[in-house]
Design a binder for this molecule. Sequence first.
Ligand code: ZN
Length: 438
Amino acid sequence: MVGMSWDAMPLASGLAWTWLALVLLHGLIEAVLALRQMRHVRQHRGAVPAAFRSHIALAAHQKAADYTVATVRLGLWELLWSAALLLFWTLGGGLDALNAALRQAMGTGLAQQIALVLVFAGISMLLALPWGWYKTFRIEQGFGFNRMRLGLWLMDTGRSLLLGLLLGAPLAAAVLWLIHSAGSAWPLAAWLLWMGFNALVMWLFPTVIAPLFNRFQPLQDPVLQQRVETLMQRSGFAAKGLFVMDGSRRSAHANAYFTGWGTAKRVVFFDTLLQKLNADEVEAVLAHELGHFKHRHIAKRMLSMGLLSLLGLAMLGWLMQQPWFFAGMGIHVQGDNAQVLAHPQALGLLLFALMAGVLGGLMQPLGAFWSRKHEFEADAYAMRQTEGRHLASALLKLYQDNAATLTPDPWYARFHYSHPPATERLARMQPQATGATT
Ligand SMILES: [Zn+2]
């Protein structure tokens, strides 16, 4: 690959325009949805929806509305900023300039390739920091959710960066090395490595990674412990079981999740959630999490992620050999710069990651739809194991504690919500709330 022939130029400019159109289209869709969400939530701020009037106070409803609007507004600004950044890195020549600077400093070779990936990732993380700070210390703080001081936040950030470096740097180095050395089979080799890496991280997460940030303890209450164990056995969940996390160190938000696989799998409750729920509700929420396990939702997600990444890597394997791919995405490949194409690994990987981000954003409604389907399945499972009214009352507490709006814009919810809106979830629990089904 040296230079670019003239007949490849139309392809390059075609890609450049397509890329610009995709970035703008994604930005436009997100902006319209965000504006819709803010308008819809504001319009319904005045009154609690009829179905919730006996459970949710007007003040809580209005707090949820204000919190939602503030969060979505910040998201809108962040979106505009990241679209501008994306265009700066690609068509604006930012990545090209960074690559040239590193090449001048280090020459060509694997070390320079790794450095390009790491420096790019480092700059991206630094640029994201002010947004994280603002979210925690302005929005979360303003609504009384934040419990972190700046020191802990800085320590969290440092630990995350270090962890990212420890896990990400060897992975990036290995992938770059494979692209360089494994010939045309590199996408398959890199895919196997990537899947192995994901499985390892998911296995390490509950026992090694998450404890770097939080403390996890087995449930203390012996009576509740007994009920939890009975339910877990009935569901065939043979693992260490239920852990309580000190989420209150950082935030007043409450949550529960299911994580890990094999012997490392577990259900985690935030202490903030446990404080709010009675024993029946804890059991119902646990049953919901076990529903995710029973329906193999993590495995299904891993499988679809695996297929998508295999497809993506195969495509990258082909694109990496096309000079117009680099030229179209803002890399100079003519004249003196033709040597870029002799060492395209890191550039190709980064450009593709940026592209995948935008394509992934456009495909988000599909992922969100699938995730909501899983939530309904987990709810249905929980209702077969426990009583629907306990899950319903637990959910209401969860929504209220997290100041989640009860009146989202339908289109915004369709696009973004990984969990169905409260009205839809609770509607499915209603028949059982009064009935005597088991
Ligand atoms: Zn769930």
